[in-house]
Ligand binder design. Structure first.
Ligand code: 16G
Ligand code: MG
Length: 532
């Protein structure tokens, strides 16, 4: 590495705004004009990460479900998972460097502390549909190139597609975008073969995001096996009154859905297609019945357990199945999983990296956040066993089809659609049967603006407040007074707010509980951390 050349390159991407961005729940996210220096430095970082690991890494320029003016980066390790958490501190340190000297100093420190070999590596780059993408991808590529490494521009992709491609590439498997569709489509076809398609097609809200074009390719590939009508597929209006995040937070019909009939089976992706929810119009107004990530997890568990039940042989221990949720999971879903499915539930802090890690501890780890991000992971040992059972076993073949169809790197709305459609089809179910599994407890989410959200710290997978002192006791007494009440608060990792979640036996009790807890957060946290 030539320090002079590196310094020259870094000086092109200094941070004139002096706004210091930090790695949030899933990477960096901010108003797009603030991002070039951070994205450039993420290019440096991922080239170094690739050198350190000896694999290919990835970087996606996206701000997911945020408004179109924002952008961000998501970073992909050679496993296809998110960047190793231990390296988030390096990402922050690089992002905080004042100028080219500061940036070069962090790079040198990284080489030394992480004992990184000199050489050349490869970083795959992708982006969503935002107008700010081109300049930011250029910044990322410049960062990779400044380390003497090779940036590979993969163009517009959904976030999960790039995760999938990086994973496949490092496993020495077919990893082009075409191979992605091939894997998902053939997996789906094998899984539903012999199970007739429902008479009604699916209507999908694509959030005017990158998922629209990609789902269209998949649907064309599967036609007539998957009948899907795509809406909100435009170049304008990204995440604007549409998309999975809108559905989950607002619980009302997205733009462009006013004419759908009451019973129609609808789904919604977010802007970078790593979240999925299903929904159904309810009543005349724009109210919806939401089928969130918790419900998708339950459906996935039913499918997996049905197949495993017919697979299990006496001589071998049964595969372990676990469902991983966060505190946001509706209490009714948790009760259903534990009491009816008799399946183990793990609760982790919010953020895919936490859920994913916990899911890896099972032979089949099903993880979903209520917001619709999740997937089903299969252990290498189970996959090997399924291959051994091979062609003689229908359930083994179906499970292997599931392994191909369900993105093993990260939650993926496109493979999620196929998962839900296949599970419903195999059970001959429509939305009513799926809805009837359990009834969600009424819930409410609020956000509270405070001077500094970091004054709120939590423990026990975000279910208890550690500081400011006294806040947890107030939450406890508010919860005790609400019928079937539960509430928690946590600082957001993506917005400058503290989030409040409450659920209770009735909607008005959940609303009251959320409001009361929000007031407590406001009064206790507002003064903490403010200079006198
Ligand atoms: C990010 C996370 C998502 C989490 C959300 C929470 C990933 C890939 N995405 O979107 O898992 O639910 O942040 O946002 O990890 P919050 O911290 O603002 O509540
Ligand atoms: Mg997203």
């Amino acid at each position: 590495m030539d320090l002079g050349t590196l310094k020259e390159s870094c000086s092109q991407y200094n941070n004139p705004s002096k706004v210091k961005l930090t790695y949030g729940t899933a990477g960096f996210r901010a108003e797009a004009s603030l991002l070039p220096s951070t994205v450039y430095r993420c290019g440096l970082l991922m080239a170094l990460r690739a050198l350190k690991t000896g694999g290919v890494t990835g970087l996606v320029v996206t701000a997911s479900h945020n408004p179109v003016e924002d952008n961000g980066v998501k970073l992909v390790d050679p496993t296809g998972y998110m960047l190793d958490q231990a390296w988030e501190a390096w990402a922050n340190k690089l992002a905080a460097a004042d100028d080219e000297d500061g940036t070069c100093a962090v790079v040198q420190e990284l080489f030394q502390v992480e004992d990184i070999p000199y050489g050349s590596s490869t970083v795959m780059l992708a982006h969503d549909t935002r107008p700010s993408a081109d300049a930011l991808v250029k910044a990322a590529a410049a960062g990779v190139a400044a380390m003497g490494s090779l940036p590979i521009a993969c163009g517009q992709l959904t976030t999960p597609q790039l995760h999938w491609m990086v994973r496949q590439c490092n496993a020495g498997l077919k990893h082009k975008e075409k191979a992605y569709y091939e894997a998902l489509a053939t997996g789906y076809a094998r899984l539903v073969s012999g199970h007739p398609a429902p008479s009604e097609g699916l209507i999908v809200d694509c959030a005017n995001g990158v998922g629209a074009a990609k789902l269209q390719v998949l649907a064309d590939r599967l036609a007539p096996g998957l009948s899907a009508e795509l809406r909100n597929t435009g170049a304008e209006g990204l995440n604007d009154c549409c998309g999975a995040d809108f559905l989950q937070k607002e619980r009302r019909l997205p733009a462009g859905f006013q004419d759908v009939p009451e019973g129609a089976r609808c789904a919604s992706l977010d802007g970078d297609a790593d979240r999925l929810v299903y929904f159904q119009r309810r009543g005349a107004a724009d109210e919806v019945h939401l089928f969130d990530g918790d419900r998708i997890a339950v459906l996935a568990a039913l499918l997996v357990m049905d197949l495993l039940r017919s697979l299990i042989t006496a001589e071998q221990p049964p595969p372990t199945v676990g469902i991983v949720q966060t505190a946001y999971a509706n209490g009714a879903s948790t009760a259903y999983i534990e009491e009816k499915l008799k399946c183990e539930v793990r609760v982790t802090p919010t953020g895919v990296k936490h859920l994913h890690a916990a899911a890896e501890e099972f032979d089949v780890g099903i993880y979903f956040e209520a917001n619709g991000h999740g997937t089903v992971l299969f252990s290498a040992a189970l996959v090997q066993r399924l291959h051994e059972l091979g062609d003689d076993s229908g359930p083994a073949k179906a499970l292997l089809a599931l392994v191909d169809m369900v993105n093993q790197a990260v939650g993926d709305a496109l493979s999620g659609v196929l998962l839900v459609e296949a599970a419903l089809r195999r059970k001959k179910w429509g939305l009513p049967e799926w809805a009837a599994l359990y009834t969600d407890l009424p819930s409410r989410q609020l956000k509270v603006k405070v001077a500094d959200r970091s004054v709120v710290t939590t423990s026990h997978a975000e279910t208890r407040v550690e500081s400011p002192s006294g806040l947890q006791q107030l939450i406890d007494s508010a919860v005790a007074a609400a019928p079937s009440g539960r509430a928690f608060v946590r600082p957001s990792g993506t917005e400058d707010v503290v989030r409040v979640y409450a659920e209770a036996a009735t909607q008005s009790a959940a609303d009251d509980l959320a409001r009361l807890v929000a007031r407590h957060v406001h009064s206790i946290a507002a003064g903490v951390g403010l200079s006198p």
